[in-house]
Design a protein around this ligand. Structure first.
Ligand SMILES: CSCCC(=O)C(=O)COP(=O)(O)O
Ligand SMILES: [Zn+2]
Length: 291
Protein backbone atom coordinates (compact mmCIF):
# COMPACT_ATOMS: atom_id res chain seq x y z
CA UNK A 1 0.00 0.00 0.00
CA UNK A 2 1.44 3.43 -0.85
CA UNK A 3 1.73 6.21 1.71
CA UNK A 4 -1.04 8.26 0.12
CA UNK A 5 -3.56 5.52 0.81
CA UNK A 6 -2.29 5.03 4.34
CA UNK A 7 -2.48 8.77 5.02
CA UNK A 8 -5.98 8.90 3.59
CA UNK A 9 -7.04 6.09 5.87
CA UNK A 10 -5.23 7.28 8.96
CA UNK A 11 -6.10 10.96 9.35
CA UNK A 12 -5.17 10.85 13.04
CA UNK A 13 -1.56 9.91 12.40
CA UNK A 14 -2.08 6.86 14.60
CA UNK A 15 1.06 5.60 16.28
CA UNK A 16 1.25 1.92 15.49
CA UNK A 17 3.50 1.12 18.40
CA UNK A 18 1.51 2.11 21.44
CA UNK A 19 -1.99 2.62 22.72
CA UNK A 20 -3.85 2.87 25.98
CA UNK A 21 -5.99 0.57 28.07
CA UNK A 22 -7.42 0.97 31.53
CA UNK A 23 -5.15 0.20 34.52
CA UNK A 24 -7.76 -2.08 36.03
CA UNK A 25 -7.92 -4.25 32.94
CA UNK A 26 -4.19 -4.28 32.49
CA UNK A 27 -3.50 -5.47 36.05
CA UNK A 28 -6.10 -8.17 35.66
CA UNK A 29 -4.58 -9.34 32.40
CA UNK A 30 -1.00 -9.32 33.71
CA UNK A 31 -1.74 -11.23 36.92
CA UNK A 32 -3.84 -13.78 35.10
CA UNK A 33 -1.11 -14.43 32.64
CA UNK A 34 1.60 -14.65 35.28
CA UNK A 35 -0.41 -17.29 37.06
CA UNK A 36 -1.05 -19.53 34.10
CA UNK A 37 1.64 -19.04 31.47
CA UNK A 38 5.12 -18.88 33.03
CA UNK A 39 6.76 -18.96 29.60
CA UNK A 40 5.16 -15.59 28.82
CA UNK A 41 6.40 -13.81 31.95
CA UNK A 42 9.55 -12.30 30.47
CA UNK A 43 7.68 -10.80 27.57
CA UNK A 44 4.70 -9.54 29.50
CA UNK A 45 6.52 -8.18 32.56
CA UNK A 46 8.69 -6.12 30.25
CA UNK A 47 5.73 -4.62 28.43
CA UNK A 48 3.21 -2.93 30.76
CA UNK A 49 4.07 0.39 32.38
CA UNK A 50 1.76 1.10 35.32
CA UNK A 51 0.53 4.63 35.88
CA UNK A 52 -1.11 6.14 38.99
CA UNK A 53 -4.70 5.23 39.63
CA UNK A 54 -7.28 6.74 37.29
CA UNK A 55 -4.70 7.32 34.60
CA UNK A 56 -4.15 5.26 31.50
CA UNK A 57 -1.48 2.59 31.13
CA UNK A 58 0.94 2.70 28.25
CA UNK A 59 1.56 -0.78 26.99
CA UNK A 60 2.35 -2.63 23.85
CA UNK A 61 0.26 -5.56 22.87
CA UNK A 62 0.98 -5.16 19.19
CA UNK A 63 2.00 -8.81 19.08
CA UNK A 64 -1.72 -9.64 19.27
CA UNK A 65 -2.25 -8.20 15.78
CA UNK A 66 1.11 -9.11 14.24
CA UNK A 67 1.39 -12.43 12.47
CA UNK A 68 2.80 -13.82 9.25
CA UNK A 69 -0.16 -16.18 9.10
CA UNK A 70 -2.70 -14.92 6.53
CA UNK A 71 -5.39 -16.78 8.49
CA UNK A 72 -4.69 -14.76 11.65
CA UNK A 73 -7.80 -12.65 12.40
CA UNK A 74 -5.82 -9.39 12.34
CA UNK A 75 -4.79 -10.21 8.75
CA UNK A 76 -8.06 -11.86 7.78
CA UNK A 77 -10.41 -9.00 8.77
CA UNK A 78 -8.70 -6.42 6.50
CA UNK A 79 -8.41 -8.99 3.71
CA UNK A 80 -12.09 -9.95 3.96
CA UNK A 81 -13.20 -6.32 4.14
CA UNK A 82 -11.33 -5.60 0.90
CA UNK A 83 -13.35 -8.37 -0.75
CA UNK A 84 -16.58 -7.22 0.89
CA UNK A 85 -15.97 -3.66 -0.34
CA UNK A 86 -15.63 -4.94 -3.90
CA UNK A 87 -18.91 -6.83 -3.48
CA UNK A 88 -20.72 -3.67 -2.29
CA UNK A 89 -21.10 -4.94 1.25
CA UNK A 90 -18.98 -2.42 3.21
CA UNK A 91 -18.91 0.73 1.09
CA UNK A 92 -18.75 4.23 2.59
CA UNK A 93 -17.39 2.88 5.91
CA UNK A 94 -20.60 0.92 6.59
CA UNK A 95 -20.61 -2.72 7.63
CA UNK A 96 -17.76 -4.76 9.04
CA UNK A 97 -16.52 -8.07 10.38
CA UNK A 98 -15.44 -9.46 13.71
CA UNK A 99 -13.69 -12.75 14.48
CA UNK A 100 -13.31 -14.71 17.72
CA UNK A 101 -10.15 -16.77 18.08
CA UNK A 102 -9.99 -18.60 21.39
CA UNK A 103 -10.39 -16.00 24.14
CA UNK A 104 -9.72 -13.03 21.87
CA UNK A 105 -12.23 -11.03 19.83
CA UNK A 106 -10.82 -9.01 16.92
CA UNK A 107 -12.79 -5.85 16.07
CA UNK A 108 -12.35 -3.20 13.35
CA UNK A 109 -12.37 0.54 14.09
CA UNK A 110 -15.48 2.66 13.62
CA UNK A 111 -16.12 5.04 10.76
CA UNK A 112 -13.09 4.14 8.70
CA UNK A 113 -12.82 2.98 5.10
CA UNK A 114 -13.05 -0.72 5.85
CA UNK A 115 -11.28 -1.71 2.63
CA UNK A 116 -8.15 0.23 3.62
CA UNK A 117 -7.83 -1.24 7.12
CA UNK A 118 -4.49 -2.61 8.27
CA UNK A 119 -3.79 -5.23 10.98
CA UNK A 120 -2.44 -2.53 13.32
CA UNK A 121 -5.86 -0.80 13.23
CA UNK A 122 -7.55 -3.79 14.87
CA UNK A 123 -8.87 -3.82 18.46
CA UNK A 124 -8.61 -6.95 20.61
CA UNK A 125 -11.10 -7.77 23.35
CA UNK A 126 -10.49 -10.39 26.02
CA UNK A 127 -13.34 -12.91 25.76
CA UNK A 128 -15.64 -13.25 27.61
CA UNK A 129 -16.18 -9.57 28.24
CA UNK A 130 -19.03 -7.55 29.75
CA UNK A 131 -21.19 -6.19 26.93
CA UNK A 132 -22.60 -3.22 28.89
CA UNK A 133 -21.66 -0.64 29.84
CA UNK A 134 -19.37 -0.19 26.86
CA UNK A 135 -16.66 1.19 29.19
CA UNK A 136 -16.46 -2.22 30.91
CA UNK A 137 -15.45 -4.07 27.74
CA UNK A 138 -12.04 -5.68 28.24
CA UNK A 139 -9.89 -4.21 25.49
CA UNK A 140 -6.37 -5.58 25.68
CA UNK A 141 -5.21 -4.01 22.43
CA UNK A 142 -6.52 -0.64 21.37
CA UNK A 143 -5.14 1.58 18.54
CA UNK A 144 -4.65 5.20 19.49
CA UNK A 145 -7.30 7.71 18.43
CA UNK A 146 -9.59 5.17 16.87
CA UNK A 147 -12.87 3.93 18.31
CA UNK A 148 -14.08 0.35 18.12
CA UNK A 149 -16.87 -0.42 15.66
CA UNK A 150 -20.37 0.66 16.68
CA UNK A 151 -21.33 -2.90 15.72
CA UNK A 152 -19.33 -4.27 18.69
CA UNK A 153 -22.33 -5.14 20.96
CA UNK A 154 -24.04 -6.85 18.02
CA UNK A 155 -20.93 -8.86 17.24
CA UNK A 156 -20.68 -9.79 20.95
CA UNK A 157 -24.30 -10.96 20.83
CA UNK A 158 -23.39 -13.34 17.98
CA UNK A 159 -20.37 -14.60 19.92
CA UNK A 160 -22.63 -15.25 22.94
CA UNK A 161 -24.57 -17.56 20.59
CA UNK A 162 -21.35 -19.52 19.93
CA UNK A 163 -20.37 -17.82 16.66
CA UNK A 164 -16.73 -17.72 15.55
CA UNK A 165 -17.26 -14.84 13.13
CA UNK A 166 -19.93 -12.23 12.47
CA UNK A 167 -20.29 -10.19 9.27
CA UNK A 168 -22.38 -7.03 8.94
CA UNK A 169 -23.16 -5.83 5.40
CA UNK A 170 -25.01 -2.91 3.90
CA UNK A 171 -25.77 -4.95 0.77
CA UNK A 172 -28.39 -3.26 -1.38
CA UNK A 173 -30.01 -6.65 -2.05
CA UNK A 174 -30.51 -7.18 1.68
CA UNK A 175 -31.98 -3.69 2.05
CA UNK A 176 -34.31 -4.18 -0.92
CA UNK A 177 -35.77 -7.47 0.38
CA UNK A 178 -36.55 -5.81 3.73
CA UNK A 179 -38.56 -3.17 1.83
CA UNK A 180 -40.32 -5.73 -0.38
CA UNK A 181 -41.27 -7.92 2.59
CA UNK A 182 -42.66 -4.91 4.46
CA UNK A 183 -44.77 -3.80 1.49
CA UNK A 184 -45.98 -7.28 0.50
CA UNK A 185 -46.36 -9.01 3.90
CA UNK A 186 -46.25 -6.34 6.58
CA UNK A 187 -43.73 -5.12 9.20
CA UNK A 188 -43.72 -8.29 11.30
CA UNK A 189 -43.05 -10.73 8.43
CA UNK A 190 -39.80 -12.63 7.78
CA UNK A 191 -38.10 -12.99 4.43
CA UNK A 192 -39.06 -16.47 3.13
CA UNK A 193 -38.00 -18.40 0.04
CA UNK A 194 -38.01 -22.04 -1.07
CA UNK A 195 -37.04 -24.26 -4.00
CA UNK A 196 -33.77 -22.47 -4.75
CA UNK A 197 -30.56 -24.56 -4.87
CA UNK A 198 -28.47 -21.97 -2.96
CA UNK A 199 -30.69 -22.47 0.11
CA UNK A 200 -28.50 -25.55 0.73
CA UNK A 201 -25.73 -23.12 1.73
CA UNK A 202 -27.62 -22.13 4.89
CA UNK A 203 -27.70 -24.26 8.09
CA UNK A 204 -30.98 -25.67 9.34
CA UNK A 205 -29.81 -24.75 12.87
CA UNK A 206 -26.84 -25.53 15.10
CA UNK A 207 -25.85 -29.20 14.66
CA UNK A 208 -28.88 -29.80 12.38
CA UNK A 209 -27.14 -29.88 8.99
CA UNK A 210 -28.02 -27.69 6.04
CA UNK A 211 -31.40 -26.71 4.60
CA UNK A 212 -32.62 -28.77 1.65
CA UNK A 213 -33.92 -27.63 -1.72
CA UNK A 214 -37.57 -28.06 -0.67
CA UNK A 215 -37.16 -26.37 2.73
CA UNK A 216 -38.26 -22.79 3.30
CA UNK A 217 -35.47 -20.43 4.34
CA UNK A 218 -36.70 -17.84 6.87
CA UNK A 219 -34.68 -14.78 7.85
CA UNK A 220 -36.17 -12.48 10.52
CA UNK A 221 -36.22 -8.73 9.97
CA UNK A 222 -35.81 -6.12 12.71
CA UNK A 223 -36.46 -2.38 12.45
CA UNK A 224 -33.52 0.00 12.15
CA UNK A 225 -32.58 2.36 14.97
CA UNK A 226 -30.93 5.79 14.99
CA UNK A 227 -27.67 4.32 16.31
CA UNK A 228 -26.11 0.98 15.34
CA UNK A 229 -25.54 -0.01 18.99
CA UNK A 230 -29.28 0.26 19.67
CA UNK A 231 -29.97 -2.62 17.30
CA UNK A 232 -28.61 -5.03 19.89
CA UNK A 233 -31.85 -5.71 21.78
CA UNK A 234 -33.73 -6.27 18.51
CA UNK A 235 -31.03 -8.66 17.31
CA UNK A 236 -31.18 -10.59 20.59
CA UNK A 237 -35.00 -10.76 20.46
CA UNK A 238 -34.88 -12.11 16.88
CA UNK A 239 -32.30 -14.73 17.92
CA UNK A 240 -34.57 -15.82 20.77
CA UNK A 241 -37.64 -15.99 18.52
CA UNK A 242 -35.75 -17.81 15.74
CA UNK A 243 -33.13 -19.88 17.60
CA UNK A 244 -32.06 -21.70 14.41
CA UNK A 245 -31.29 -18.55 12.44
CA UNK A 246 -27.75 -17.57 11.47
CA UNK A 247 -28.78 -14.16 10.13
CA UNK A 248 -30.98 -11.19 10.95
CA UNK A 249 -31.96 -8.54 8.39
CA UNK A 250 -32.19 -4.90 9.48
CA UNK A 251 -34.85 -2.88 7.63
CA UNK A 252 -33.42 -0.13 5.40
CA UNK A 253 -29.94 -0.95 6.72
CA UNK A 254 -28.47 -4.37 5.90
CA UNK A 255 -27.87 -7.72 7.57
CA UNK A 256 -25.91 -9.46 10.33
CA UNK A 257 -24.74 -12.98 9.43
CA UNK A 258 -22.70 -15.22 11.71
CA UNK A 259 -21.16 -18.66 11.49
CA UNK A 260 -19.41 -21.23 13.60
CA UNK A 261 -16.16 -20.06 11.98
CA UNK A 262 -15.00 -17.43 9.49
CA UNK A 263 -15.38 -19.62 6.40
CA UNK A 264 -18.94 -20.55 7.34
CA UNK A 265 -19.92 -16.95 8.11
CA UNK A 266 -18.51 -15.84 4.75
CA UNK A 267 -20.11 -18.58 2.65
CA UNK A 268 -23.45 -18.18 4.44
CA UNK A 269 -23.33 -14.44 3.84
CA UNK A 270 -22.48 -15.05 0.16
CA UNK A 271 -25.35 -17.54 -0.21
CA UNK A 272 -27.80 -15.13 1.38
CA UNK A 273 -26.69 -12.22 -0.76
CA UNK A 274 -27.08 -14.37 -3.89
CA UNK A 275 -30.58 -15.37 -2.72
CA UNK A 276 -31.58 -11.77 -1.93
CA UNK A 277 -30.45 -10.56 -5.36
CA UNK A 278 -32.32 -13.43 -7.00
CA UNK A 279 -35.40 -12.65 -4.90
CA UNK A 280 -35.42 -9.00 -6.02
CA UNK A 281 -35.12 -10.05 -9.66
CA UNK A 282 -37.84 -12.71 -9.21
CA UNK A 283 -40.11 -10.09 -7.70
CA UNK A 284 -39.56 -7.80 -10.68
CA UNK A 285 -40.60 -10.68 -12.95
CA UNK A 286 -43.68 -11.40 -10.85
CA UNK A 287 -42.31 -14.77 -9.69
CA UNK A 288 -43.27 -15.96 -6.16
CA UNK A 289 -40.51 -16.60 -3.58
CA UNK A 290 -42.24 -19.62 -2.01
CA UNK A 291 -43.68 -22.39 -4.18
C1 LIG B 1 -22.34 4.96 6.82
S1 LIG B 1 -22.09 3.72 7.95
C2 LIG B 1 -23.10 4.03 9.36
C3 LIG B 1 -22.76 3.14 10.52
C4 LIG B 1 -23.06 1.70 10.21
O1 LIG B 1 -24.21 1.36 9.92
C5 LIG B 1 -22.04 0.69 10.19
O2 LIG B 1 -22.32 -0.47 9.96
C6 LIG B 1 -20.59 1.00 10.45
O3 LIG B 1 -20.30 1.06 11.77
P1 LIG B 1 -18.77 1.23 12.22
O4 LIG B 1 -18.85 1.84 13.59
O5 LIG B 1 -18.15 -0.14 12.23
O6 LIG B 1 -18.07 2.10 11.24
ZN1 LIG C 1 -24.46 -0.85 9.66
Amino acid sequence: MNNDVEDAYDPFGDNEDDYTISPRLNVHWLLGTLGTKPHAITKLVAIPIMCPADQTVATNNDHLVQSEDPEHPANLIPELCRKFYNWGWVTGTGGGTSIRQGDHIFIAPSGVQKELMQPNNIFVLQWPTPKYPASDRNYIRKPLKLNPSACTPLFLTAFEQGAGCCIHTHSQWAVLVTLLVEREKGPDACFEISNIEQIKGIPRGKGKGMLGFFDTLKIPIIENTAFEEDLTSGLKAAMNKYPDTYAVLVRRHGIYVWGDNTAKAKTQCESLDYIFQLAVEMHKLGLPWVK
